[in-house]
Each structure stands twice: as C-alpha cells, then as structure tokens.
Design a protein around this ligand. Sequence first.
Ligand SMILES: NC(=O)C1=CN([C@@H]2O[C@H](COP(=O)(O)OP(=O)(O)OC[C@H]3O[C@@H](n4cnc5c(N)ncnc54)[C@H](O)[C@@H]3O)[C@@H](O)[C@H]2O)[C@@H](O)CC1
Ligand SMILES: Nc1ncnc2c1ncn2[C@@H]1O[C@H](COP(=O)(O)OP(=O)(O)O)[C@@H](O)[C@H]1O
Ligand SMILES: [K+]
Length: 499
Amino acid sequence: MKIFSAKQIKNWDSFTIKNEPIASVDLMERAAKACADWILKKFQQPTSFKIVCGKGNNGGDGLAIARLLIQNNFPVCVYIAESPSAGSGDFNINLLRLKEISSAIYFLESTESFPAINKDDVIIDALFGTGLNKKPSGIFKKLIVHLNNSGAQIISIDIPSGLYADVHSDGNAIIQARYTLSFQQQKVAFLLAENESFCGEVAILDIGLSQEYYNNEQTPFELIDKNTIEEIYVPRKPFANKGNYGYACLVVGSYGMMGAAVLSARSCLRSGVGKLTCYICKEGYTIMQTAVPEAMCAMFGTTFIKDIDNLKNFDVIGIGPGIGRHLSHKQLLQKVFKNSKGPAVLDADGLNILSSYPALYKSIPQHSILTPHPKEFDRLFGKSENDFERMELALKKAKELSVYIVLKGHHTLIATPEGKGFFNSTGNAGMATAGSGDVLTGIFTGLLAQKYTSLEACILGVYLHGLAGDIAAKKLSKEAMIAGDIIDYLGDAFIQISH
Ligand SMILES: NC(=O)C1=CN([C@@H]2O[C@H](COP(=O)(O)OP(=O)(O)OC[C@H]3O[C@@H](n4cnc5c(N)ncnc54)[C@H](O)[C@@H]3O)[C@@H](O)[C@H]2O)[C@@H](O)CC1
Ligand SMILES: Nc1ncnc2c1ncn2[C@@H]1O[C@H](COP(=O)(O)OP(=O)(O)O)[C@@H](O)[C@H]1O
Ligand SMILES: [K+]
C-alpha cells in the first residue's frame, strides 16, 4: 500500500472532492462518522468526552465528531483554541451545526480558561492535523502540555497535534495519544520508533478517498501488506526437485556463538531452500550436525572460521550471524565479495567487520542485502540525529552502493537502490529477543537461493519473519516466545500467505 505525504493527502482530498464529486463538508462528515463509529465501539456510556479543536479542518472534524457523539447521548464539552485566524469554511459550518444542539462550547483564550480534566474523561484531540506549519507555541503549546499532564486518555484525530507527518518534529510540544484515528492510510511519522509515545495505537479508517488518485500518484514509500505479498510469492511446482530451489551457503557461528549459526541454518531450510552448506568452526561441527541434520557442514578454523573455499558452487552466500570479530574476517568478506555469483546477505558481525573497512564498501556485490539494526547502521554509515535522518541516509546509501538496506525495527524499512522505502507491517515486540535477526538472515538467504530477486526476497522475507513472529506471540505470548519459535511458525506463515 502506498504511503503519501501530507501534501499528497491534501491533494487526494481535493481530487476526491472534485471527481467523486462530493462537497468538502460531506467528506469531513464521512471522516467524522468513521471516527465516531470507532469511538462508539470502544467506549461505553457514560464516558465524558472533552473535545479540543483548532480552527482548521482538523478542528472541523472535532466539531462534527462532537455532534455525532451528542446524538448518541454522550456528555460532550467542546473547547476551541482561539487564534486571530478565521476558522476554515468547513469548521464554520460545523460550528453552526453544533451550536444548534449544544451550548457546551468554550473558547480558550488564555491558560486561565483551560478546562479541569478528570482522569476518567476522554480527550479528543482535534487541535492540528496535517496542516501544522510551525512549532506549536504560546497558548497552543501550553494547551498540549496541559492535556498531556491530565492523565486522561487522549484520542488524536488524524495525527497527534504538534507532530509533523513527513519530517522530524524536532522538540515540538506534541500530544501523547493513547489512540490515533487516521484516515485512509499510514503516515511515515507513525512508522518510526521516535514517535511511538505520541501516536499510541494507530487505527486507519477508510473514508473512501479516490481510487483513481491512489492508482496514479507516485510515492517513494510503501507499506508491505497482503497484496504486496500476493504479487511476489511463487508456489512450489509439483514436479520440482531440490535442484530447482537453489544451493545456499551460510558462513556462520564461532566458539560460544553456535546458536546464531543453528538459528540461521534452520530458518534458511524452513524458507524452502533446496540445499544448504554451512561454513563453521571445528568446535561447532557436532552442534550443527546434530541440531540441523538437513544442512551439510564445512569446517575452516578451530574456534572461528578462518577461511572458506569453493564459493562458486553456491547460488547465494549469507555471512555474519555469530562469526564474531576477528582480524582474518576481513579476508573472509573479501572472498565472499569476489566469489559471489550474485547478491550476498550480510548481517551482524559481517556488517561490523565491514564497517571497520570502508574501502570494502564498493566491492559489495550488486543488490546484496545488508540487514543492520540501528546501531549497526550507525556504525556502517555514521550517526544520525533522528529516525527521519537515518531513513533518508539509508535511502541514500542504498542508491550509492546499489544494495538493499534492511533497517530493522518495529516497522523494518527496506531501502532500495531505486530510492524506494518499503515499511513492514508484520512483527511484534516479542521478537525483541536474541537471535531474531539471525533467523531473518537465514530467511533472506533461503529466498535468494530460490531465485527471488533481492527486492522480492527482502519484502517476502521481512513479512514472513514478522508474520511467523505474530503467530508465535499469539500461541506463546510476546514474553515467552524465543527466536527459535519464529522458525517453528514459519510454516504457518507460509500457509497463511499461500491461501
Ligand atoms: N476535505 C479535507 O481536506 C479533509 C480534511 N480532513 C482533516 O483536515 C485536516 C487538515 O486540515 P487543515 O489543512 O485545515 O489543517 P489543520 O486543521 O491541521 O490546521 C491548520 C490551521 O492551523 C493553523 N496552524 C498550523 N500550525 C499552527 C501552529 N503551530 N500554531 C498555530 N496555528 C497553526 C493554520 O494556520 C490553520 O489555520 C486533516 O488533518 C484532517 O483532520 C478530514 O476532514 C478529511 C477531509
Ligand atoms: N518491537 C519489535 N517489533 C517488531 N519486530 C521486532 C521488534 N524488535 C525486534 N524485532 C525484529 O527482530 C529482529 C531483531 O534483529 P537483531 O536486532 O539483529 O537481533 P539479534 O542480533 O539478536 O538477532 C529484527 O528483524 C527486528 O525487526
Ligand atoms: K489532531
């Protein structure tokens, strides 16, 4: 699903108004109705709502929601933050409509007029939406702080007030919502960890914006969903043999870190690879042969891997999980880069070694997949001030090095050499456990071996990994699940995407 910028969303609204056609106030009514329906499902009588509005269209939404809640017999008070600017047209229409059924409408001109708020009240935040054009200051800033300090649950309409949709919100006063009810699709700001405490749980409500605009508008950002996966996933052919599904190699593990090797090998096999050989150290031999009898083993080195051989035999090489950091690993990387038939997968200490030798960056095989978490990313490409900056840097470096950068997190970002950014929509905090990343490396390696392109392997890989994690969390809880469980539920994830 495409993700548009605030400006594109505004154009999307205008396009819909013109081409559906629908009056803008009726589109606002549709948005307000979607919010009110959501709220009515969530909250029982006699919840008391305090709705705080600005004078733009976000405030207009708030006024229309107020009317709909009053019509459902909820106690509602409306507070309008005064400013010298006139209300938008649809704000004014909705104010008149509200005045016909309610007198509990108050204008906030100074801090003295701020309402007292009960912890049991529910605040609806319709102060600023995507029209925010500067840092909230003066009475607006104080109002945001007042609402945040009240201890009451806040529902933000469209976006938490004070938050920018497409850029870092650099020290802004921002509403800390328990829920954000946004329209039609995600905004980039919702997908970045730095905004978690503002957005709360995000619900995306369908307000029927134009499909034609959606189809024709270009955007660098997409959210990976079921439809994206349907276009990529290729079912196995009935007459296939193991030769059809590729020969993968994993360079993994060292003394004390064979767990990472086992996890990546198991997940590679569970992703459908035809054949797998693992390069490991001598101490890891029995462990690997016992834990993963389906994988072949080649030993090079005693406590860590010193060398590798015959790399030309493999369709794809994954390197990194558990290899530790040793001087000779620079040569290991060089060999992988030189002998890779196609793209390689680089993770964990594979990336850490790489970051110590920037001269090697330009010899990374084209379209390789690099899978850093934010700290590994900073080590590779330098520190970023915030998540937006890191995202932009990932897009820049993916282009510069012609690689796919999988920046891991709650909504993992795939930055592509073509300048596109795909956010994942599966996965959960139960996956914040040692070894989850090793599992992902195995999946990417397995999918590349089966001739998925790097982009397809990245998209399908992160989605399956997260989906298996979601199934594991449902069965076992986020707390009790461990990385190995993600592998155990990969089968269920494949079954889900293939139906
Ligand atoms: N027809 C449409 O365009 C639709 C728009 N919708 C709503 O409209 C919103 C966007 O509305 P608008 O573009 O009117 O913008 P907003 O309602 O977000 O705010 C704009 C108003 O706030 C002022 N403002 C911005 N930043 C400020 C600051 N820091 N301090 C003080 N004043 C500030 C602006 O001057 C303007 O008056 C969306 O977020 C959504 O909630 C929905 O009703 C769906 C339909
Ligand atoms: N809170 C979370 N929500 C969703 N996915 C998560 C979360 N925490 C971690 N993950 C996923 O788990 C994996 C962790 O990888 P990584 O940090 O490399 O762990 P390790 O090095 O222990 O294997 C990544 O794919 C990441 O996206
Ligand atoms: K808002």
